[in-house]
Design a protein. Structure first.
Length: 452
């Protein structure tokens, strides 16, 4: 809300009339009034940033239209109310079209009309300030450092890519295992971009039946199919001038991929059963846990659509490759859970931390959050102990077991590659961790069996 007094300029070459308006408006102690008799005086004082200007149409050094344009050229956020003895309706319409906020004739109703006009304008400005403040709060709430915790080298690279993404409207494709936080990253990019005032619309492509996905994305007209009892606006239209997040994009059926490609290329759509072409301005962020490039090679994903969507590729590392972030995230989840459930603050003892660090987290960040919340419920005496931490059978069913048919050499390459990713391609450290010779790793890199 506005602080301090609301400054009003009264510009009228008739001293008596200007004094009358000043006296009437001064009845509100929240108003600070400045009176001028010429356009020159008014324009020379615009640096004071008035909240409102009442402007007489007929001034000795310029008519209302000319002065209005000069005011708005200097600062188009200042509301201007024209007060005039002119009775020509076309003049009033012309001034309103030129940017005047209101037009009030000089008669016995002027004072009341002006009083109401000031109240409306002030209310509008306060609402605008409140919206701007809420937008700022929203941006802070969705700032990357508040939404996404991580100090690891792998996450610092993610933050760098997110920073590049938020400054442009380029499409973004996010890849990573299930539970790594792809939608959280998409929201952080949107709410810190120049589209943050518009909608962030998320669609899980895998959760919508094939026969409904076209209507869901593009909308439909009434009667276009059985059950279409009314017009429906699709997700693309909902995201106009904002961001459309298409999660699990690799699950989209090939037949619908062609329609999606056309909408992206043409920047317009036609609702199912309709004829009207609807222009679109949508930024698209996609996410998948699958390798889209491989899907293209396997002919399950269109190559032309792939290149339309790939934009800025951003890969989220699995939690097992973010070793230094595990305890950081655990503490953050614990604090959030205690606060949400009005529990006293809890700590994690050393043995519990060691147990958390020893687990590979096949469910990634999402699984860690569930583990910590359960541990908080099971804990006592203000401390989470080792026995409070439970790893579910689902979480351990595949990780660490050989569940694909590969040669020993292939598994060796997989293990070394995973450790190189985890330790930022530090060959010496990986050799030490795996208890193998550095030359073994260097030979695999030289032979291109491992790409770093």
């Amino acid at each position: 809300m506005s602080k301090g007094k609301f400054k009003i300029f009264i510009v009228d070459d008739d001293p008596w009339y200007g004094e009358m308006l000043e006296y009437y408006l001064s009845m509100n102690p929240e108003y600070e009034l400045c009176r001028y008799t010429t356009a020159k005086e008014c324009l020379a004082n615009l640096h004071q940033k008035p909240g409102l200007i009442t402007l007489d149409y007929g001034l000795p050094d310029g008519n209302g239209t000319t002065v209005l344009k000069k005011i708005l050229q200097t600062d188009d956020t200042i509301p201007v109310v024209i007060i005039s003895a002119q009775e020509d309706i076309s003049t009033a319409i012309g001034l309103l079209r030129a940017g005047a906020r209101d037009y009030i004739p000089k008669d016995e109703h002027t004072k009341d009309l002006l009083w109401n006009a000031v109240l409306r304008i002030r209310e509008h400005q306060e609402l605008k300030e409140e919206v701007d403040h809420l937008k700022q709060e929203l941006g802070q709430r969705f700032s990357p450092d508040k939404m996404i915790k991580g100090n690891s080298t792998a996450m610092q690279k993610v933050f760098q890519m997110m920073e590049k993404a938020r400054h442009t409207n380029i499409n973004v494709s996010i890849s990573g295992e299930t539970g790594t936080g792809k939608e959280v990253v998409a929201k952080a990019i949107h709410y810190n971009s120049n589209r943050n005032a518009k909608s962030f619309v998320a669609v899980n492509m895998a959760a919508i039946p094939k026969e409904l996905i076209e209507s869901e994305l593009f909308g439909h007209e009434k009667g276009s199919f059985t059950g279409a009892v009314a017009r429906k606006i699709g997700r693309f239209e909902q995201a106009h001038q904002g961001t459309l997040f298409l999660d699990e994009i690799a699950e989209l059926d090939l037949s619908l991929q062609a329609k999606l490609l056309r909408v992206i290329q043409e920047r317009e759509l036609v609702r199912v059963g309709g004829n009207e072409r609807i222009k679109l301005d949508v930024r698209i962020i996609t996410a998948t846990h699958r390798d889209l490039a491989q899907a293209v090679q396997e002919d399950t994903f269109r190559e032309d659509l792939y290149y339309r969507l790939i934009g800025l590729p951003l890969t989220l590392p699995p939690l097992r490759d973010r070793e230094s972030d595990i305890i950081l995230l655990a503490k953050s989840f614990l604090e959030e859970f205690c606060k949400a459930n009005k529990l006293p603050a809890l700590t994690i003892n050393t043995a519990a931390k060691n147990k958390l660090m020893s687990y590979p987290y096949p469910g990634n960040v999402r699984e860690l959050k569930a583990i910590i919340e359960l541990a908080a419920v099971m804990s006592s005496d203000g401390e989470i102990r080792e026995e409070d931490i439970t790893f579910t059978p689902v979480g351990t069913s595949k990780r660490g077991l050989i569940y694909e048919e590969k040669t020993l050499q292939e598994y060796t390459i997989d293990i070394i590659s995973a450790y190189l990713r985890k330790y930022d391609n530090n060959v010496v450290r990986v050799a030490d961790k795996l208890d193998i010779g550095k030359s073994t790793i260097y030979k695999l890199i030289k032979d291109k069996a491992i790409v770093i």
